[in-house]
Ligand binder design. Structure first.
Ligand code: FE
Length: 297
């Protein structure tokens, strides 16, 4: 059967929000336009050269039932959590945190850097794993492989596979693929994505044509959607995503994963299946039993 290109379902304009102790972000998933894109629950882009926009950071806070993925572009963030991890993530580094049954952590941007930028994605966990042991994967920029193509395209592979290059983040239930793709002007890009997986692109530099249906070499009328940074492109189902850059380069994240198809009950940093489980999370927090311990779940 012929491979079917994925068309653009919609383009979301990021909305400004203030989170943590007063950090300015652009939110594309979990905002008014798009509540969630199963299995993705939230997508934020933070980028600023004004320390007042980010210095307040994210002091100690809980998470349960999800995974949070932080990918840094610029600046540094100090972090600490209740499973004993502490350190600093810098430009190009990825922190993939599985909150599972309960973790508390803090994420604090460092004041000595001028520019701060990056992304945070929340990936849902299935009911059977929501109360599991928390886990933490930190991958430094040097350990994220880059697939380079003859036309100058560069693909940093955080999770999943591009051109036979495998990303270091593994064993995540939703089988996510997380690519950082840079196309020079005039380049075309095709990436296979399993049918049935949810997929989005977040355009954060330049502009490109997404959801190209025909030949990537074609230079006539647009047959996809021209999207400028910043914008989040949600794809319809299909076998592959096609993107074309014209007179400008374009850089975007391409993220996909298997939907869970389970009920979602969310309240701030907790994402469970039922209201009763949310009430339990709040009760555990109040009772001081929130953090996951051996033998509990
Ligand atoms: Fe957090």
């Amino acid at each position: 059967m012929e491979s079917q290109p994925r068309r653009v379902a919609r383009v979301i304009e990021p909305q400004p929000v203030v989170e943590g102790a007063g950090v300015r972000l652009r939110r594309s998933i979990a905002g008014w336009a798009l509540d969630y894109l199963d299995p993705f629950l939230l997508f934020d882009h933070f980028e600023s050269d004004d320390p007042d926009d980010y210095l307040a950071g994210f002091p100690l806070h809980p998470h349960r039932g999800i995974e949070t993925v932080t990918y840094m572009l610029a600046g540094e963030v100090d972090h600490k959590d209740t499973i004993g991890n502490a350190g600093t993530i810098g430009p190009g580094d990825v922190q993939w945190m599985t909150a599972g049954g309960g973790i508390m952590h803090e994420e604090m941007p460092r004041p000595r850097e001028g520019r701060m930028g990056g992304f945070q994605l929340w990936v849902n966990m299935p009911a059977k794993l929501k109360m599991s042991r928390p886990r933490y994967q930190e991958i430094t920029a040097a350990d994220i492989p880059v697939a380079e193509r003859p036309d100058g395209t560069r693909v940093r592979v955080v999770a999943g596979t591009a051109d036979g290059v495998h990303g270091p983040v593994t064993e995540i239930y939703a089988e996510p693929e997380y690519l950082d793709v840079e196309l020079p002007a005039g380049a075309g890009f095709v990436q296979e994505i399993p049918r049935g997986h949810a997929a989005f692109a977040y355009v954060f530099r330049g502009e490109g044509e997404f959801g190209v249906a025909g030949d990537l070499g074609y230079r006539g009328d647009l047959d996809g959607s021209l999207v400028h940074a910043p914008g989040l492109v949600v794809f319809e189902d299909g076998d592959e995503v096609r993107v074309r850059a014209y007179s400008h380069p374009v850089r975007f994240l391409l993220v996909s994963g298997a939907p869970l198809g389970e009920p979602i009950a969310r309240y701030g940093p907790f994402v469970m299946n039922t209201r009763a489980e949310l009430q339990q999370a709040l009760a555990d927090l109040r009772d001081g039993t929130f953090v996951w311990t051996e033998g509990r779940g």
